[in-house]
Design a protein around this ligand. Structure first.
Ligand code: SF4
Length: 774
């Protein structure tokens, strides 16, 4: 039994990757029994919250909140209330039955980027040890996996932002590609406002004139799916105008000749034809990006959710490398991760190919280390499994290696997966489906068993925000009677499935094990404790434990021992402690040290953070800034990506003449399973819409509010027209938060990026017609 929650609790928002700090005060008359109180001391948002954060307790009180397990007695019967024992027995029998009949890989697990680090870790361990299955992946694959792949390829390491958000106002120019923080994470907008107030400039790349683009000094609106060509065109101009940083390229990179040759094949007029962005705008962007001493490129889902997402992000990284805007103070490439634990959720073993600490399943040393922590033989660990869409596509018994039973946790693929009608059909074809959720989501509605779990303010756990800052989300309220934590569910199922070593239920106990499993990995959490996070308001990974591994336990740091693979935050043996600029302490009491201002004693201009911080005595302070000394590749050099433009998997043609792109709106989050149930949010954004340009509307004879059908080769979605000049005439936009006839993911294309297996949510070819046309 966990301790009761205090009257006022410092914690974080349940939603996006900004993980805004907030305090929750117990207030019996408020929705969910909690009032949200500003928490100005937390440096990331300084008290600011968007509407989702301000109304977050409403999701605890959602009328449709599940408080008892539901089971389907018979194939087509209704879901009916049941006791926990009956429900868990049915789940264990369903999973074990599929395993016995068809082998361990017939049981799949699908997780979520909203799970705490502890749950993501436990879910990966449960799948590989208790189920013995390789078939686990999560919805973060649909979020930023191509940026992760590109970052790993270029830098040897993927951390969304390799620097704190606080660095944004101190750079000279930010090139924001396919990101709309004004709607997705409004409190982050202040960083860009401060950038401009400091004399910096903001360039936004987006096919739509979004609320963020409205604030840009320059808005480039390329055709959907042509961001790669745009980046190549900019790099071409950088070379042609003599703006490359040859010294940086020679000292800190490899592969420039091939990347340069690819860029030179994309001359500006060609790029204008491909992208629709006029050459003068290309030149202006290059000038704005190159003239300041420092600049950044930040990407989000626009360039990432493409079937060439890894190469597209790679092209933007190339631009940073060629201009010396990476691995330097106030410069670099970063990805604005979307989901609440989109960063931590991908580090601890719920990805198909990874073990905790960003270790690769295919790496023998990694398997040995994690197996040792788990107390098993490395041989028992299965290999890599299918990626998220491929896993969903394999549900049902149509093929010999199909997945017959699925455990779904914190995800709603019936709404959020590409080609969603097909995914729904595959889920219906399963022999057995169990869903752990807080409400009866559209996916839970298909389940044989639904387990009601605790959420957000009802439990404690860690998350890692988009900066790589590990945070503690604290329990602030008692859960409804009848709900159990996901960790308790895994514990109970493990026992029923014959796992005798037990599965911890206490989050801190799980975190302690996670620390050991991550030790020496690229995402090293071994020096981070609950106490430290609480005292320091977050600790940036990598943060190795000091003093080092236990004597005689050399295998606890296998990656650190590997030549050139020490990782940017690994201790630098023998490194002299530099002086004079050590205010970024990260120690207890220095809660905002990571966010200290630039210059002088604040942390720049001298030896790089990772060396300086690693050389300090005492506990490792964490690593706010990466790559300043070296990149995390074996030779320390960043890699250019030799990439060329290629079209989207589906281009407009006579039958489907218009681009569709998808995205978010301010008042809803992801599949909307939570936010659609909060009255204020639902009132602000009650349903989907089709944004289209007046020219296209005129061709269709459509007026604002007319019901339009957006039709692709996979299906149709219907929603009211919203006519606007803020979108290209050749493109329509729909948000993806809703099920039913307005479910835009019925239409989207599951074509996969070969490197990351990211589906192409952001571009497909559609026909738009009046839904009421005969
Ligand atoms: Fe902050 Fe994101 Fe929560 Fe809004 S949804 S309050 S931006 S963490």
């Amino acid at each position: 039994m966990s301790a009761p929650a205090p009257a006022v609790t410092d914690t974080h928002c349940p939603y996006c990757a900004l993980q805004c700090g907030m305090s929750l005060r117990q207030e019996p008359d408020a929705p969910g029994g909690l009032d949200v109180v500003e928490r100005t001391a937390f440096p990331v948002n300084r008290g600011a919250l968007c509407g989702k954060g301000r109304t977050a307790p409403g999701v605890l009180a959602a009328g449709a909140r599940l408080t008892t397990p539901l089971v389907r007695r018979g194939r087509s019967g209704p879901l009916e209330p049941a006791g926990w024992d009956e429900a868990l027995d049915r789940v264990a029998a369903g999973l074990a039955g599929a395993r016995e009949r068809h082998g361990p890989d017939a049981v799949g697990v699908f997780g979520g980027g909203g799970l705490t680090n502890e749950k993501a870790y436990a879910l990966g361990k449960f799948t590989r040890l208790v189920l013995g299955s390789s078939q686990i992946d999560y919805n973060g694959r649909f979020c930023m996996s191509s940026a992760a792949a590109a970052g790993t390829r270029a830098f040897g390491l993927d951390r969304g932002l390799p620097f704190p958000l606080a660095d944004i106002p101190r750079t000279g120019c930010v090139l924001l590609v396919g990101a709309n923080p004004a709607e997705t994470m409004p409190p982050a907008l202040r960083y860009f406002t401060e950038l401009k107030a400091n004399g910096g400039t903001l360039i936004v790349v987006d096919p739509r004139r979004t609320r963020t683009a409205e604030q840009a000094d320059l808005h480039l609106a390329p055709r959907p799916g042509t961001d790669l060509a745009l980046a190549l065109g900019l790099l071409h101009l950088v070379v042609a105008e003599g703006r490359t940083d040859e010294e940086f390229i020679a000292a800190r990179t490899a592969g420039w000749d091939e990347a340069r040759a690819a860029a030179m094949a994309h001359w500006p007029e060609l790029v204008e034809r491909i992208t629709g962005v006029p050459v003068p705008q290309l030149r202006a962007a290059v000038r704005m990006f190159c003239e300041p001493e420092a600049a950044m490129v930040l990407t989000a889902r626009g360039p990432e959710q493409q079937s060439k997402g890894t190469d597209t992000v790679g092209a933007w990284i190339n631009l940073c490398l060629a201009t010396g805007r990476a691995g330097r103070p106030r410069s670099g490439y970063g990805c604005l991760t979307g989901q609440g634990n989109g960063q931590g959720g991908r580090e601890h073993g719920q990805k198909a190919d990874q073990l905790p600490g960003y270790r690769m399943l295919a790496d023998a040393a990694a398997r040995e280390h994690v197996a040792r922590v788990w107390g098993v033989d490395p041989e028992v660990l299965p290999g890599p499994g299918r990626s998220a869409y491929e896993l969903l596509d394999a549900l049902g018994g149509d093929t010999a290696d199909g997945v017959r039973a699925l455990l779904l946790m914190a995800s709603n693929p019936v709404v959020s997966a590409p080609r969603a009608a097909h995914v729904e059909e595959r889920m219906r074809a399963l022999d057995f489906l169990v869903v752990c959720d807080v409400v009866l989501s559209e996916s839970a509605g298909l389940a044989d068993v639904v387990l009601p779990v605790t959420q957000w303010a009802e439990e404690t756990g860690t998350l890692t925000n988009l900066e790589g800052r590990v945070l503690l989300r604290r329990k602030a309220a008692e859960p409804p009677a009848g709900c159990r934590s996901d960790l308790a569910v895994l514990n109970a199922l493990a026992a029923r499935l014959g796992w005798e070593k037990g599965f911890p239920v206490d989050p801190e106990e799980v975190f302690e094990e996670l620390r050991r499993a991550s030790a020496g990995g690229k995402a090293d959490y071994s020096g981070i404790t609950y106490r430290r996070i609480a005292e320091e308001d977050g600790v940036f990974w990598p943060c190795p434990e000091r003093p080092g591994p236990e004597p005689g336990d050399a295998a606890t740091m296998p990656d650190a021992a590997a030549p050139g693979d020490a990782g940017p935050g690994a201790a630098a043996p023998g490194a002299a402690a530099p002086g004079g600029n050590g205010s970024v302490t990260g120690r207890a009491g220095a809660t905002t040290g990571h966010d200290a201002a630039d210059g002088g004693a604040a942390g720049y201009g001298g030896p790089a953070d990772e060396t300086r911080l690693a050389a300090q005595a005492g506990p490792h302070p964490g690593t706010p800034r990466l790559f300043l000394d070296r990149f995390a590749t074996p030779d320390g050099l960043a890699r250019f990506a030799p990439v060329s433009h290629r079209p989207a998997a589906e281009e407009p043609d006579a039958e489907y003449p218009v681009f569709l792109t998808t995205g978010r709106v301010l008042a809803q989050y992801q599949s909307g399973a939570q936010t659609r149930r909060v009255a204020e949010l639902n009132a602000a954004a009650p349903g989907p819409f089709v944004q289209l340009h007046p020219q296209l509307a005129e061709r269709l004879g459509a007026r604002d509010g007319d019901r339009l059908a957006v039709v692709s080769r996979r299906g149709r979605a219907v929603a009211p027209a919203r006519i606007s000049r803020d979108i290209r005439p050749d493109t329509v936009f729909m948000p993806f938060h809703w099920p039913g006839e307005g479910r835009v993911n019925t239409v989207t294309n599951p074509a996969l990026d070969p490197a990351s297996r990211m589906p192409e949510f952001k571009v497909c070819a559609v026909r738009v017609e009046r839904a009421d046309a005969p």
